[in-house]
Design a protein around this ligand. Structure first.
Ligand code: ZN
Length: 161
């Protein structure tokens, strides 16, 4: 027996810009193209991993590729990252507190040094994500479909306190 696909897992894929968007939207919020020019699809599941060092940043999607930033590199390919995020359900461990805020900051144009400092702030000052978004002048990316495993594994959740 196959389970029915939950509606929230279905999205439209824009045929013009290839971003994903809400199944009920009439136009693509990314390029303004009519939803007539789209097809429905199920969100793919992607494991997201970040690596942060003072001179190296890596955003790695399990299936869709890697994005690097280091001194002298081309800027982070934010458009490509947003495109992936618009079409997938991201799976992380502790992503609500760490990966998503850090990736949001990295996508705002932060340097390696700044990204590393932000990570240190989250870890050492135990910043809550809303405090982080506030302190760094960022908008919480509510549009990202995200499963944080720390919140669905009760045994691990107690480690947060
Ligand atoms: Zn579009």
């Amino acid at each position: 027996m196959t389970l029915p696909i939950p509606p929230s897992n279905m999205i439209r894929i824009c045929e013009q810009c290839e971003h994903g968007y809400h199944i009920n939207a009439a136009v693509c919020p990314h390029c303004g193209c009519s939803s007539m020019m789209s097809y429905s699809d199920r969100r793919a599941v992607e494991v997201l991993d970040l690596e942060v060092y003072r001179d190296y940043f890596l955003c790695k999607f399990e299936h869709s590729g890697e994005f690097q930033l280091f001194p002298g590199s081309t800027p982070l390919d934010v458009a490509a990252i947003v495109k992936i995020l618009s079409k997938t359900t991201i799976v992380t461990f502790n992503g609500n507190s760490f990966d998503i805020p850090v990736l949001t900051y990295a996508c705002s144009g932060a340097t390696n040094e700044q990204i590393k400092q932000a990570c240190d702030a989250i870890i050492q000052q135990n910043l809550r994500s809303w405090q982080f978004y506030d302190a760094y002048g960022l908008q919480r990316p509510d549009w990202i479909d995200h499963i944080d495993l720390i919140e669905v594994s009760p045994g691990q959740a107690s480690l947060k306190a």
